[in-house]
Design a binder for this molecule. Structure first.
Ligand SMILES: [Zn+2]
Ligand SMILES: [Zn+2]
Length: 258
């Protein structure tokens, strides 16, 4: 059994030991929860002044979508979300570009545990700016289809949700939805993604339906691109009784036409 002084000693040792930055591999100290050195942290492309409901940045390909009368950019809303908001709130701290895209790629295709910690911590920094009363009751990671999940042995959305749930003491509900097998999302055009997203998720949380009644939930994914996947899942969760559905992702593709 570890005594208190041993735990403090271990913590102090951990704090002093050099660690590797998840982007440049340089040693950096003191220990940082996001595993980044100061320079790489500054190099991350922040998604600032993004649409409150879909996290689309204002200075991307479609600036005309922003409410032109707003000058303070507090809670900007894009034109598409004025008529049909994607989610009650979208929290996406980074643009999918440069070092942020590299972190996502490493997380997804190389089971990058440290990269997952970096992205989850960046999401947490964003979430921690909210009052704790606004935290969701449940985190729902976007599921993978069965065989791709077996083959890859890793679901990046689940990895992000686990880190966030641990830090905020929230519950992860990973067994409410299943996903039908289809082509890999990153290989598809926007039109094809939207076409295939319809009907690709199925509700299987019959026993959890009562738990979802009136609940505040956040859907967790690595990248928010066209919003087709998020829209499909949000539609199901609302139908099952969720009162408030948010989407929390690590990065946002600035040009969703791609
Ligand atoms: Zn670095
Ligand atoms: Zn929007």
């Amino acid at each position: 059994m570890h005594t208190a002084w041993y735990r403090n000693f271990q913590r102090d040792i951990d704090h002093c030991l050099p660690m590797q930055c998840s982007l440049c591999d340089q040693s950096c100290r003191p220990s940082s929860p996001d595993h980044l050195c100061a320079l790489c942290r500054l190099a991350l492309p922040l998604n600032t002044h993004a649409c409150e409901h879909c996290a689309l940045p204002p200075d991307g390909e479609e600036p005309r979508h922003l409410q032109s009368q707003r000058t303070d950019y507090a809670n900007p809303i894009c034109a598409a979300c004025l008529s049909k908001p994607l989610a009650d709130r979208a929290l996406v701290p980074l643009l999918h570009a440069g070092p942020a895209a590299h972190l996502v790629h490493r997380l997804k295709f190389s089971k990058g545990e440290i990269e997952g910690l970096t992205l989850a911590q960046t999401m947490l920094t964003h979430v921690n700016m909210l009052p704790s009363a606004e935290h969701p009751d449940l985190l729902i990671p976007v599921p993978m289809a069965y065989w791709p999940a077996v083959r890859r042995g890793f679901n990046q959305s689940m990895a992000l949700a686990s880190h966030i749930a641990q830090a905020l003491k929230l519950t992860v509900a990973a067994d409410l939805l299943t996903r039908r097998r289809g082509p890999a999302q990153h290989t598809l055009s926007r039109a094809r993604r939207q076409q295939l997203a319809a009907g690709s998720f199925q509700w299987r949380g019959q026993r959890a339906t009562r738990r979802l009644q009136g609940a505040h939930v956040a859907v967790i994914d690595d990248v928010l691109t066209t919003g087709a996947t998020a829209r499909e899942i949000i539609k199901i969760l609302r139908f099952q009784g969720a009162a408030r559905v948010e989407i929390w992702c690590a990065t946002r593709t600035p040009n969703p036409q791609a």
